[in-house]
Design a protein around this ligand. Structure first.
Ligand SMILES: *[C@@H]1O[C@H](CO)[C@@H](O)[C@H](O)[C@H]1NC(C)=O
Ligand SMILES: *[C@@H]1O[C@H](CO)[C@@H](O)[C@H](O)[C@H]1NC(C)=O
Length: 324
């Protein structure tokens, strides 16, 4: 039985990133950790979740309860950590209803922007912590996570005007203490949206460009004299949208992100991996939300809209194939 003193945490989405943070949270004796595992349920239920980390060593993750679905529990959790792929952002918040109480705090660890809105819409009185992670991890087989040396995260409140700020801050601090105890690298940000949008400027370029072309970043940038200026225009259009959303980001980010990618070996992207694997893409939170905002503000974003439209077509094909 869980000790009354323990904080009840549910981890939803037990992929590589979710598995990594399950390991971090499980290090904490004050946390009672439950997980919702889907494709890897049988393996995690039978053998547990294993992690091989270049920073933390090899461990079996301390999990108290493995669930197939939130509907299999009646516990109202203190924290629900959402680390699922953001392929269908509106679908998940209602699924969580059986395990959400008045005092539940959501912790969203996902790529993209606008991810908080469906949670706020479904649960207008709950606190949301918004996180941007830079952890490099892969689930090499069901229930086995390999983590590289890459480890960093920024976290901040998605402020709720219906909740007392001191209470929200206390929930943020309590979760930060679990991360500290788990010995992971992170920073608490006053305005997490700056970090979310900065990462989305990166992802909005490299994810669709590697997916649409099926070449790596170096090969893409050198493929024609148009490639680099087009990439920077795309990034600057996303920065324009961020500015209209009152998220202050400078245009120099586009130059520095291109310099950064040129200093690295050519890479692909998680979206490219998903496309190759025949899985739906995280297109809504990476390109769709900036596009929606651009439409709302009646902004002219020709490169973003072209890239968005083509990526949506690829996604449509993948969704149709995955339903066969
Ligand atoms: C949120 O709180 C307000 C005011 O306390 C209340 O009227 C409303 O029903 C609550 N909404 C939900 C979805 O719980
Ligand atoms: C609400 O949750 C926090 C942790 O997030 C906990 O410290 C606090 O005791 C809870 N309050 C109630 C009334 O359950």
């Amino acid at each position: 039985m869980a000790d009354q003193q323990q904080t009840k945490v549910l981890l939803f989405g037990l992929g590589a990133i979710g598995g990594f943070y399950a390991f971090i949270l499980g290090q904490n004796p004050n946390v009672s950790l439950s997980v919702v595992a889907r494709s890897n349920y049988d393996s995690v239920k039978a053998n547990g979740l294993l992690i091989e980390s270049q920073n933390h060593g090899n461990h079996k993750v301390e999990i108290d309860q493995v669930l197939k679905s939130p509907a299999d529990s009646t516990t109202k959790f203190d924290y629900i950590v959402c680390a699922h792929k953001a392929v269908n952002p509106d679908k998940v918040p209602p699924i969580l209803k059986p395990v959400v109480g008045d005092n539940t705090t959501f912790v969203i660890i996902q790529n993209g922007v606008g991810n908080e809105e469906p949670f706020r819409h479904t649960y207008p009185n709950n606190t949301i912590l918004s996180c941007v992670t830079w952890v490099g991890a892969t689930q090499v087989s069901p229930g086995l996570i390999q983590h590289t040396k890459s480890e960093d995260m920024q976290m901040g409140l998605f402020p709720n005007p219906n909740v007392d700020h001191k209470l929200e801050k206390a929930k943020l601090d309590a979760f930060a203490a679990f991360l500290t105890k788990g010995n992971t690298v992170f920073q608490v940000e006053d305005n997490i949206q700056i970090k979310r949008w900065e990462k989305v400027v990166w992802n909005a370029a490299w994810n669709p460009l590697t997916t649409l072309t099926d070449v790596d970043t170096q090969t893409w940038l050198k493929s024609s004299p148009e490639a680099t200026p087009m990439t920077k225009r795309l990034m600057r259009e996303v920065i324009d949208v961020a500015k209209r959303c009152d998220v202050p980001i400078g245009y120099d980010l586009a130059d520095s992100l291109v310099d950064k990618i040129l200093a690295m070996p050519g890479i692909y992207s998680s979206m490219h991996t998903d496309a190759k694997g025949g899985r739906p893409l995280e297109v809504e939170v990476i390109l769709g939300y900036p596009m929606k905002k651009a439409r709302e503000f009646e902004m002219d974003v020709p490169v973003l809209s072209a890239v968005y439209a083509m990526t949506m077509a690829v996604n449509g094909r993948l969704v149709a194939q995955s339903k066969l």
